[in-house]
Design a protein around this ligand. Structure first.
Ligand code: G
Ligand code: G
Ligand code: MN
Ligand code: NA
Length: 250
């Protein structure tokens, strides 16, 4: 409806923005990466969150140009950050299956002159859906470019383990649902402990998201997670603000 029609013009009017949320190395307290999170600054309705327009963009096919814009903007922003933190970009299923993805990523890196290992692509199970040869080929081609690949929202889908067996992800990002009821849930703790073990055995960075309290942070630190993200450590902010945070972080 309205959103779909307006979204087409929103990009050309420059109403889309990227906000950034930091990821911290738990041991050193250093920012390792910032996740790009799209927002639509609507002239009348204010800041519209991605879950209200990304699905619309997917249905209409607009996600392809929108996703390309996100990649270009994220790489350009990261190239100008005062520290060489990585930038993490979320990929939609349609974007992942589009034949131009690898080319789009390569062009975004080249245009920004960003070192490929400073780009992390966050992929959920819904992006992979099936364990097809095509998916694997795309992941391998992206890896060949030198970018890092993270499995996002780990533990919420049907075949999390199957994907870990099929492809060597660089990072496992556990879904926030396993952090929410810490430190009082023995079940969540047991699952988190198993993920740390998996990460160590498979050589993947282990990351938690949704850390909102000091107790949650202590619990995931004790379990041995490498990275943490969440409102306790930093909320999503516009790029200009993230640049200030990164300056103070040098
Ligand atoms: O920022 P927020 O927590 O409201 O994001 C909600 C959801 O939207 C998250 O699942 C996030 O991965 C997704 N999202 C945010 N930005 C992008 C984007 O640029 N592309 C895609 N495909 N998803 C995004
Ligand atoms: O699905 P994905 O992991 O990409 O989701 C990112 C979304 O999570 C962002 O929209 C961001 O606003 C949200 N988020 C980030 N930190 C927290 C947190 O500590 N608690 C909650 N509830 N949401 C968070
Ligand atoms: Mn994500
Ligand atoms: Na996630």
């Amino acid at each position: 409806h309205l959103v779909r029609i307006e979204l087409a013009g929103a990009m050309s009017r420059g109403e889309l923005e990227l906000h950034y949320q930091p990821l911290f190395d738990i041991a050193s307290n250093h920012i390792t990466a910032c996740e790009a999170l799209a927002r639509w600054r609507h002239p009348e309705r204010g800041l519209i969150p991605p879950n209200e327009f990304i699905p619309v963009a997917e249905e209409s096919g607009l996600i392809i140009p929108l996703g390309a814009w996100v990649l270009e903007k994220a790489c350009a922003d990261a190239a100008r950050w005062p520290i060489d933190a990585a930038v993490a970009v979320n990929l939609s299923p349609l974007q992942f299956r589009n034949s131009s993805l690898v080319d789009t990523v390569a062009k975004a890196l080249a245009a920004a002159d960003l070192r490929p290992d400073r780009l992390q692509l966050e992929i959920t199970e819904s992006v992979l859906l099936d364990d097809s040869a095509g998916n694997l080929a795309t992941l391998r081609a992206l890896r060949q470019l030198g970018v890092r690949i993270a499995m996002d929202d780990f533990g919420t889908g049907y075949s999390s383990f199957g994907y870990l067996r099929s492809f060597p992800f660089d990072k496992i990002k556990v879904d926030r649902e396993f952090v929410r009821d810490l430190p009082d849930s023995p079940e969540s703790l047991a699952i988190l402990r198993a993920v740390v073990g998996l990460g160590q055995s498979l050589g993947m960075t282990t990351t938690v998201e949704g850390v909102e309290t000091q107790d949650q942070l202590s619990a995931v630190r004790t379990e041995g997670f490498v990275e943490a993200q969440g409102y306790l450590l930093g909320v999503p902010v516009p790029n200009a603000e993230m640049v200030k945070i990164l300056h103070g972080h040098r």
